[in-house]
Design a protein around this ligand. Structure first.
Ligand code: EPU
Length: 452
């Protein structure tokens, strides 16, 4: 954290206005990795200027991929014509900065026959093991050597299709399998796969490149390996996590925010909860230009309609459940709801630590080891505080806050904006990992916040 990495937030002003979300962070970064597999350039639109994108760009560039900006704002061209090995020192510059490097395994093995993956980073929201990834790569025929400085991989006999079943529908492990299986020899069958919209969009990217991927019912994905892939041109799905974060900010501050680019289809579960809490929203569908009349961008307007917010019980889950990344911003709004809300976090075992900071601002949130309010989850018999009871409404007051991770960081920011008084939020640069231009967007929404 640098001395400038502090935002002074004068809270108590409802956020009003309009901001735009671009391509989903959790698709864009993976689509960039997919470009490595092609033998022709790829073109990706609507890429947000966020740090995770910079990390992937840096990793691609040291592996010989030419990454350049296209004519459109947010357009990236990725040319993998000269893919080459990078040194461990070059790769290690990116150690600890993101979890995406783990997804370079399959593509680098296909292109170079070997790969080195640095120590991973990402948010500290639980142990975040990579055992599913390693098990899958070994089944494809990779030899994986874990060393203190990172992970070395080779594929002495090539990569071959296989039958796999994930112990849990992990997003990253599903992507690992997809990015490896598309060019492995033979057929891969993946059971208990994650089917998040970002994964389906990655499948669309790979299909554009020439892959053959069938998504069956019951989380089964079948991939027929092909010997070569080309480039793609793709416009990613919008960032539904960012859209929900601004929606929660509108509700918590009593404001009204129009989120341009947001789409209903992948936010249905969030919208149901938003309405149950007492929030209002209005969806405007995208309209293509027709007969000389200009088109219209899709958007969702989220606002607090006045009156009291209502407590809810919710459980985070894999798609189509309530996303774990929607949880932290929404909990700030739940501190303003009358009654007892229950949040059962079933995806990550340690994603409620940030509630302590909310309590220091006047919220009343208790966390429990038990599975509250819903079906028992895999953390229930273990020692993780993964259920929260939020008693509201609570008047929030200003505090000094230190940002622990990306989504919790945004929730701290919302809490500071909703609170009376002046808060100092330390470590705000972390928010740039996943929220493009968030300070400019805050200013556009009338927030009073400045770097100190
Ligand atoms: N897991 C294992 N072993 C593995 C892989 C995962 O036990 O080898 C466990 C994890 O510990 C976790 C669960 O499986 O308890 C789900 O993890 P998953 O692999 O699905 O998460 P991920 O791929 O590491 C992505 C997003 C996260 C998002 C989750 C769930 C990216 C870069 N990250 O993480 O996004 O929360 O899926 O949807 O796509 C964020 O954007 O802030 C963020 C954390």
């Amino acid at each position: 954290m640098t001395v400038n990495d502090v935002l002074t937030v004068h809270g108590g002003t409802p956020l009003h206005g309009r901001i735009r979300v671009r391509g989903a962070k959790n698709l864009v970064s993976k689509a960039m990795v997919a470009a490595l597999l092609g033998d022709a350039p790829s073109r990706l639109y609507d890429v947000p200027r966020i740090r995770d994108v910079e990390v992937v760009r840096g990793l691609l560039e040291i592996h010989g991929v030419r990454v350049s900006d296209g004519d459109d704002e947010g357009e990236l061209i990725l040319d993998p014509a000269n893919v080459e090995s990078a040194t461990t020192d070059e790769i290690n510059v990116h150690a600890g900065s993101s979890r995406i490097p783990i997804l370079f395994c399959g593509p680098l093995l296909h292109r170079l026959g070997h790969a080195f993956i640095p120590d991973l980073g990402g948010c500290h929201i639980g142990p975040r093991p990579i055992d599913f990834h390693i098990q899958a790569l070994r089944q494809f025929g990779a030899v994986v050597d874990k060393a203190p400085e990172g992970m070395h991989l080779t594929a002495p006999n090539g990569l071959h299709g296989t039958k796999l079943e994930l112990p849990y529908p992990s997003v990253g492990a599903t992507e690992q399998v997809l990015l490896t299986a598309v060019m492995a020899e033979g057929v891969t069958e993946l059971r208990n796969a994650a089917v998040e919209p970002e994964i389906i969009d990655l499948i669309c990217v790979l299909q554009k490149m020439g892959a053959i991927i069938k998504v069956h019912t019951d989380r089964v994905i079948e991939i027929q390996g092909v010997p070569r892939l080309g480039g793609y041109t793709h416009r990613p799905i919008p960032d539904r996590i960012e859209a929900a974060s601004w929606a929660a900010a509108a509700l918590a501050t009593g404001g009204d925010i129009e989120v341009l680019g947001a789409e209903q289809v992948d936010m249905m579960t969030f919208l149901n909860v938003f309405r149950s809490v007492g929030g209002a929203y209005e969806v405007t569908d995208m309209r293509p230009p027709r007969n000389g009349s200009p088109g219209q961008e899709g958007k969702i307007r989220f606002w607090h309609p006045g009156g009291e917010l209502k407590a809810v019980a919710l459980e985070t889950d894999v798609h189509p459940g309530f996303m774990t990344d929607w949880q932290q911003p929404l909990v700030v709004a739940l501190t303003q709801a009358r009654g007892l809300s229950i949040v059962h976090e079933t995806v990550y075992e340690q994603r409620l630590g940030y509630t302590e900071a909310l309590n220091s601002m006047g919220a009343t949130i208790q966390v429990y080891r038990d599975c509250l309010g819903g079906t028992p989850c895999r953390f229930g018999r273990r020692d993780f505080k993964h259920s929260a009871v939020i008693a509201g409404p609570s008047k929030l007051h200003a505090a000094d806050l230190v940002i622990p991770d990306l989504r919790a960081g945004f929730s701290h920011l919302i809490a500071a904006l909703a609170a009376e008084g002046t808060s100092r939020v330390y470590g705000v640069d972390l928010i740039n990992r996943g929220y493009e231009d968030f300070e400019a967007k805050l200013a556009a929404l009338g927030a009073h916040a400045e770097r100190s």
